[in-house]
Design a protein. Structure first.
Length: 287
């Protein structure tokens, strides 16, 4: 499970949603590092207006921290937002960056709505994105009982399975392995249709093998094939199956118009119905 978690905040209620949702998704010894970035030039003497914003940011993070030093640390930085988030993650050795996909405030210091996608593309560390879904009033977030792992048939996309496996083992959750078959606009009897059918059959066999392996580890798991536009179908299945956590990799199949999971993740940013863990996988080496 994750032990060092960086949480960028911009003062908005939407960004603070991460604080409400992160507890069920991290280990018992996790340390949370709350970060606010004030735009400016790092290393240059701040203007009077910037000094006020820095003071305001320090006060804001102190207000959010009930017991400073007890598993929670705060940091205020000045500079370009995405760069400072990534620098802070490197300095902390963070194993997770958790942020909201919608962080609009009257005076945003970290406009997470635009930042989330840029962090997602640039980060080499796992990124947990909390979407703008409505929380149930008066009910504390609970640990997920189902985890959806979206796969595209490539080994790179399986990078998201490792944290999903750890979470499922810790929570007693079920893993659903999902592969979305993209619509094929070619004729049904075309060579491309035949190729897609063969590759889909191979992917389904791989999903079943993975599910069997998870069950041998004592983790409940099932495989599911579905048809449609990848981002939309992933969201639809997450809602339909009642999952509490979605996992996917940004490195996936990119040839011949197949799933580019980086692009799929970008599309999902604005429509996430559940917390989503996005893992960057190393590209496959040429054989």
């Amino acid at each position: 499970m994750f032990k060092r978690i960086l949480i960028p905040l911009d003062g908005s209620q939407a960004a603070e949603r991460v604080l409400q949702r992160i507890d069920p998704l991290c280990g018992p010894e996790a340390v949370r590092h709350l970060l606010t970035v004030v735009p400016g030039v790092a290393g240059r003497e701040p203007s009077p207006a910037n000094r006020l914003r820095l003071l305001e940011a320090e006060s804001y993070l102190s207000f959010l921290t009930a017991e400073p030093g007890d598993g929670v640390h705060t940091d205020v930085r000045r500079g370009e937002v995405v760069e400072e988030i990534l620098r802070a993650a490197d300095a902390l050795g963070a194993d997770l960056i958790a942020l909201s996909s919608h962080g609009e405030s009257a005076r945003p210091a970290v406009p997470c709505g635009s930042v989330a996608g840029r962090v997602l593309l640039a980060a080499t560390r796992p990124v947990l994105v909390i979407g703008a879904f409505a929380d149930e009033a008066g009910r504390a977030p609970s640990r997920p009982t189902r985890i959806l792992v979206a796969l595209d048939g490539s080994r790179e996309s399986e990078a998201s399975l490792a944290p999903a496996r750890s979470a499922a083992a810790a929570w007693g959750a079920e893993i659903i392995l999902l592969h979305v078959i993209e619509p094929l606009w070619a004729a049904a009897d075309s060579a491309m249709a035949g190729l897609q059918a063969r590759e889909t059959e191979a992917t389904h066999r791989r999903l079943r093998e993975m599910a069997d392996g998870l069950r041998r580890e004592g983790i409940r798991a099932r495989a599911l094939l579905s048809h449609g536009e990848p981002a939309g179908e992933i969201v639809a299945q997450a809602v339909r199956r009642g999952v509490g956590l979605l996992c996917l990799s940004t490195a996936g199949r990119g040839a011949a118009g197949r799933l580019l999971f980086g692009a799929v993740a970008q599309k999902l940013i604005g429509a996430l119905p559940v917390p989503t863990l996005i893992v960057r996988a190393a590209p496959a080496r040429p054989v």
